[in-house]
Write a protein that binds this ligand. Structure first.
Ligand SMILES: CC(=O)SCCNC(=O)CCNC(=O)[C@H](O)C(C)(C)COP(=O)(O)OP(=O)(O)OC[C@H]1O[C@@H](n2cnc3c(N)ncnc32)[C@H](O)[C@@H]1OP(=O)(O)O
Ligand SMILES: CC(C)C(=O)C(=O)O
Ligand SMILES: [Mg+2]
Length: 528
């Protein structure tokens, strides 16, 4: 008895996890992985507790052969499997690669449905003979042989039954039932496996496996239904990588069995805490980013933005989460700050960032946070820090009321500015060499001063074209330095606010200077 058959015989409720990220996953257009990347992913799969790793298709290329051989040599506990077509040359090549593993497996297949039988142009009898010959050959090389009738779910029942019986008699130890084109549905998936186990001669002596594709978005449901029908091996890939719409996602079936053990009472050997890391590695090396709302591993799978959800999460995480993020290897749930967030989440976020704010101060930051969130998709920690730092501007003598800048290829650029100066609105239009220069000239036109611009610095604090720009301005006047900082999705607005903040500080410094000898340094112009 090979180790996989023995494991299922020992524990009837055990489901073997067969990962084919490196074979079917790599067949996704553009997902090719390098030799070193394949070794890394195989090592992670082995450490995570995957039972069988389908490492490649050894006849396909020298590179595939080398990767499967090396993965076999390095394997620790996982069975290492290679794919082979229904011919002796493919099977020999496959065995040459997998034989180095502590536990090797040969997986051979042929398309049994009418559409697939037409490709090699074989009659049913000729194909039956081919299956007998190739599975016998594989079994003479290896005691762990998997056979797959490709496109099983579109194969006539009588012919499927006949071919499965031939494969079992020839020595196959696992019979995989592929839903190659993602055509089946859960009820049918369960019934097919149940019927095969009940009606196929020798059906109770082999492991039945399910290999689903996601063309109709039912791969996970179909795989779990097959298990319900008696399958004890699920074939899957990390992140659901694979041909067309992909294969069954490993993380989905494993977590479904873990979370809903009450109605899906099967177990796996997977260390689920390793899921997130391997998901990210596969996404990176395959160059296939995970969609944000992908179950289990998507960026938003444990993220909450709406105020009611965030409030509930802060009170009891179980209100809106059925899994603990730690169970899949995430450190914590993320409260995403955005236009749907409320005060409870903002207070918690500020506290996490070291700002214990309540009452009016919280309200003030909340109002500006909402205004920012209306203009920006996501408000990051750095954005909130910038809001906290910019607090207190309301008490300043100078306040930006309105700014419109005309800029583009035709110089000169001009700024139309209204400042509230000690409660009175003053307006001016000024020109300059670029939008920022025009804006600063407009400020100077309203607030006459002799301060020198010592520093003007712009940083995009977060990513994307809607990122907030943080602008820092430092002014120097009669040996006194004053800095201002502001953040806004509009760089020119942030520049104006930072300049005005620096001027406000300069005013305060001037007022607190004992002699008051340079009161002329900053004065307001009566421009209307
Ligand atoms: C559903 C699945 O995922 S099946 C696996 C699909 N994966 C891949 O195809 C990836 C690796 N494939 C390859 O690198 C290449 O296709 C190779 C090396 C296997 C074969 O390359 P080529 O010899 O140039 O053949 P080509 O790819 O053009 O056509 C496939 C051949 O395999 C035959 N074939 C396909 N499946 C089987 C099978 N299970 N058993 C026997 N022959 C098969 C086809 O009939 C065709 O044969 P023909 O050339 O005599 O008409
Ligand atoms: C090779 C087989 C098992 C396959 O990937 C499929 O049928 O989808
Ligand atoms: Mg497949």
């Amino acid at each position: 008895m090979n180790p996989d058959t023995a494991a299922v015989a020992r524990e009837p409720e055990r489901v073997l996890i067969f990962d084919t990220t490196l074979r079917d996953g790599e067949q996704s257009p553009g997902a090719t992985m390098s030799h070193a990347e394949k070794l890394e992913i195989a090592e992670l799969l082995d450490e995570m507790g995957v039972d069988i790793i389908e490492a490649g298709f050894p006849i396909a290329s020298e590179g595939d052969f080398a990767a499967v051989s090396e993965i076999a040599k390095r394997s620790k506990t996982a069975t290492i499997c290679g794919l082979a077509r229904a011919n002796l040359k493919d099977i020999d090549r496959c065995w040459e690669a997998v034989k180095h593993a502590g536990s090797p497996r040969i997986h051979t297949f042929i398309g049994t449905s009418p559409l697939h039988r037409a490709i090699p142009n074989l009659t049913q009898d000729e194909m039956a003979d081919r299956i007998h010959e190739t599975v016998t050959h594989a079994r003479n090389l290896c005691d762990n042989v998997q056979w797959s009738p490709m496109d099983a779910t579109r194969t006539e029942w009588d012919y499927l039954k006949r071919t499965v019986e031939i494969a079992i008699k020839a020595g196959a130890t696992t019979i995989n039932i592929p839903d190659t084109v993602g055509y089946t549905a859960p009820v049918e998936s369960a019934d097919l496996i149940r019927r095969l186990i009940a009606e196929v001669e020798g059906g109770e002596d082999v492991i039945f496996a399910t290999h689903c594709h996601n063309d109709l978005g039912m791969a996970t449901a179909n795989s779990l239904a097959a298990v319900e029908g008696g399958a004890r091996q699920i074939e899957c890939t990390i992140n659901g990588l694979g041909e067309r719409a992909g294969n069954t996602a490993l993380e989905e079936v494993v977590m479904a069995m873990k979370v809903r053990g009450d109605i899906i009472p099967y177990s796996t050997r997977i260390d689920t805490k390793k899921i997130m890391h391997i998901s990210r590695r596969v996404a990176t090396v395959a160059g296939f980013p995970v969609q944000f709302n992908k179950a289990i591993v998507g960026k938003n799978a444990f993220a909450h933005e709406s105020g009611i959800h965030q409030d509930g999460m802060l009170k009891n995480a179980e209100t809106f989460e059925i899994m603990r993020p730690e169970d899949v290897g995430l450190s914590q749930t993320s409260l995403v700050m955005g236009k749907h967030s409320g005060r409870a989440a903002l207070r918690a976020k500020l506290k996490e960032m070291g700002h214990d704010v309540e009452g009016n101060q919280l309200q003030d930051i909340f109002v500006r946070f909402k205004a920012l969130a209306d203009r920006k998709k996501e408000v990051y920690d750095e954005d909130i820090e910038a809001l906290v730092q910019a607090q207190g501007a309301a008490e300043d003598a100078l306040e930006l009321k309105f700014l419109r800048v005309i800029c583009g290829t035709e110089a000169p650029q001009s700024a139309d500015l209204t400042l509230t100066i000690d409660g009175v609105d003053k307006q001016v239009t000024a020109q300059g060499d670029g939008p920022v220069d025009a804006t600063f000239n407009a400020i100077k036109a309203l607030v006459d001063h002799s301060a020198r611009l010592q520093l003007y610095q712009v940083h995009a604090v977060t990513e994307g074209t809607d990122a907030q720009a943080t602008v820092t301005v430092r002014l120097e006047e009669a040996g006194r330095l004053a800095s201002g900082q502001s953040a806004d999705t509009d760089t020119v607005v942030a520049s104006a606010r930072a300049y005005i903040a620096a001027l406000n500080r300069l005013l305060v410094k001037r007022r607190t200077t004992a002699e008051g000898s340079d009161t002329r340094a900053v004065s307001y112009k009566d421009t209307v």
